[in-house]
Design a protein around this ligand. Structure first.
Ligand code: NDP
Length: 238
């Protein structure tokens, strides 16, 4: 093991009460991490330690992060996974649709990463994984707000990776394609068929398949500023 590179430690996973975040939390726990999950309800299944957090609210981020540190110690892995969609064509998109998505997915992740810096810079070590999306690079009709928020995360990761790489802190993006979660449950059969026709692996991902890659990035000691697709080939070349 390399000096200064923690192979496990304390992981904070936002949006960890269901979907990709829950699968990630369970996977990390299996690997020996002390995991705390954050969500607006402040609860989580499977005996996971949970805190209440609204990532669109700066005060709530501060409060939740302090609680995590108090309970289990400094966070060495932040998985900024909480995210929402408010899909509609741009012509019909309200100011609220734009603001809520950008505040939650993009500004929330930036603020979480900023808060994470405190402990990680002191420790001269840390890993941040931002959960982006294939649509951040590929684009998606009806998702201008969401695609912008996810494209923004790539800029965040690559800029922060340059800022703090010399302090032993790595920042990466995992970019899932379509994953079987509540977020995609509302798609009708026609939408599903259209999406599947563009996916070389011809199926959606299971949340655990994204969790595998987050867990890899958590400890991949020479990987930073990377955007790793987990999209069955959907976004190839982007
Ligand atoms: P789900 O809709 O299943 O879960 C979303 C999670 O985010 C929940 O845990 C929810 O918790 C949390 N969350 C939402 N808003 C907030 C908030 N303001 N503060 C705190 N927590 C919040 O989503 P998925 O598991 O599908 O998605 C997880 C991430 O993966 C998202 O960033 C999403 O954009 C991304 N992604 C998903 C894909 C998919 O196909 N499913 C594809 C590509 C990317 P609660 O509601 O309890 O607060």
């Amino acid at each position: 093991m390399l000096e200064g590179i923690a192979m496990t430690g304390v992981a904070f996973v936002t949006g960890g009460n269901r979907g990709i975040g829950l699968a990630t939390a369970l996977r990390l726990r299996e690997e020996g991490w002390s995991v705390v999950v954050g969500s607006r309800s402040g609860t989580a299944p499977d005996g996971l330690d949970a805190v209440r957090i609204d990532v669109s609210d700066p005060a709530s981020i501060e409060e939740a992060y302090a609680q995590v540190e108090e309970r289990v110690g400094p966070v060495t892995l932040l998985v900024a996974n909480a995210g929402i969609t408010r899909d509609t064509l741009l012509m019909r998109m309200s100011d609220e649709d734009i603001d809520e998505v950008l505040q939650t997915n993009l500004a929330g992740s930036i603020r979480l990463a900023r808060r994470a810096m405190k402990g990680m810079i002191r420790a001269k070590s840390g890993s941040i994984v931002l959960v982006g999306s294939v649509v951040g690079l590929l684009g998606s009709a009806g998702q201008v707000n969401y695609a912008a928020s996810k494209a923004g995360l790539v800029g965040v990761a690559r800029s922060l990776a340059r800022e703090v790489g010399s302090r032993g802190i790595r920042v990466n993006v995992v970019a899932p394609g379509f994953v079987e979660t509540d977020m995609t449950a509302d798609l009708d059969d026609a939408q599903r068929a259209a999406i599947l026709s563009g996916i070389p692996l011809a199926r959606y991902a299971q949340p655990s398949e994204v969790a595998d890659v987050v867990a890899f990035l958590a400890t991949a000691s020479y990987v930073t500023g990377a955007v790793i697709p987990v999209d069955g080939g959907l976004g190839m070349g982007h």
